[in-house]
Design a binder for this molecule. Structure first.
Ligand SMILES: Nc1ncnc2c1ncn2[C@@H]1O[C@H](COP(=O)(O)OP(=O)(O)OP(=O)(O)O)[C@@H](O)[C@H]1O
Ligand SMILES: [Mg+2]
Length: 304
């Protein structure tokens, strides 16, 4: 089942198209990673999904309901965490958490709330104005994960968290998934996305340029190979799908397109492999490839 469905969504601010025909889907039970550079349109998309901003054209639904018309009904079933949390300065963290949960119309599951407070190491008795950025972030995260939502919409939720808390956050997201919940996670932390997400959408200048599972997206990327052979390998740079060749006598390093990997291994084997190291492509490689060498990526590539 589809939980979030976005169809040809555009958002114009004056003459500027912040979103230009965005299509995207989050399926039930999946963690969907939403990545892209600053200003690409992630938060704009999310604000439209939350009914805070009205789309210029196109359609967006959550649980089959229109995000603008039926925002109130949708909100009963979602929890949202922004990257920059502003709280009521004179309430304590604990009061804000309870308020958030009550506003959603949910019952406060004290056990769950206290468990989260402990995990995130947050003192709920302090006034919000005294919290650091990271602690304000934690207040929103505890409120979100203590709520029994069906969909979690997280817009760079870990921007102020230290690595230990990042780990706790990742555990919470995994727990939500294990309970069958769906998650839309926008993030700049690619290792986080790589660890958590079932599928990823990459947005750039208001358009989705790539969507798919990490395995599918990896298919687009290159594996890094370092090899030492008994005899020097000749003419590897003439082979299809081979890039960035560096060779010193019997030692060779290069990158190879995923679909040519098997051919290249066959080509190398007769030279007598003494040592072989490979590094699989990371999401970061993919991301950087899109942003640095976009002109090389024209046509014929995978789309979901
Ligand atoms: N209210 C607004 N008025 C005018 N332009 C806006 C408004 N809100 C967003 N924009 C523009 O729309 C574009 C997309 O912004 P958005 O906040 O969605 O980016 P983002 O992908 O969330 O970036 P970041 O990674 O920095 O959070 C940007 O160029 C931004 O300047
Ligand atoms: Mg943003």
């Amino acid at each position: 089942m589809t939980v979030v469905k976005i169809d040809n969504l555009t958002k114009r601010f004056g003459n500027f198209y912040a979103l230009n025909g965005v299509n995207m889907e989050v399926k039930e039970g999946e963690i969907f990673g939403f990545i892209g550079p600053n200003g690409a349109g992630k938060s704009t998309t999310i604000r439209i999904l939350l009914g805070l901003l009205r789309a210029t054209s196109g359609e967006a639904t959550i649980f089959g309901m229109d995000v603008w018309q039926q925002a109130v009904k949708i909100h009963e079933r979602i929890a949202y965490v922004p990257g920059d949390v502003n709280l009521w300065p004179n309430l304590t963290g604990g009061e804000v958490i309870d308020l958030f949960i009550k506003l959603r119309g949910g019952n406060i599951n004290k056990h769950r709330r206290n468990d989260l407070l402990e995990k995130f190491d947050l003192d709920p008795s302090k006034k919000c104005r005294t919290y650091s950025k990271g602690n304000r972030q934690k207040v929103a995260l505890v409120a979100a994960f203590a709520a029994d939502a069906d969909l979690y919409i997280l817009d760079e939720p870990t921007s102020g968290l230290d690595p230990l808390m990042e780990q706790i956050f990742q555990d919470c997201v995994k727990d939500a998934k294990n309970e069958g919940k769906s998650v839309l996670l926008s993030s700049h932390i690619l290792s986080e996305v790589e660890k958590l997400c079932d599928r990823v959408g990459i947005i750039k200048e208001g358009e989705i340029i790539e969507t798919g599972s990490l395995a599918q997206l990896r298919h687009l990327t290159r594996t890094h190979i370092s090899v030492e052979t008994e005899e020097p390998i000749t003419a590897i740079y003439e082979m299809k799908g081979v890039h960035e060749v560096k060779q010193i006598a019997n030692r060779l390093s290069f990158q190879v397109d995923a679909e040519e990997l098997s051919n290249i291994m066959k080509y190398i084997a007769p030279y007598g492999i003494v040592k072989l190291e490979n590094r699989p492509p990371t999401l970061e490689d993919l991301f950087m490839r899109h942003y640095e060498k976009e002109h090389e990526l024209s046509g014929g590539h995978f789309h979901d």
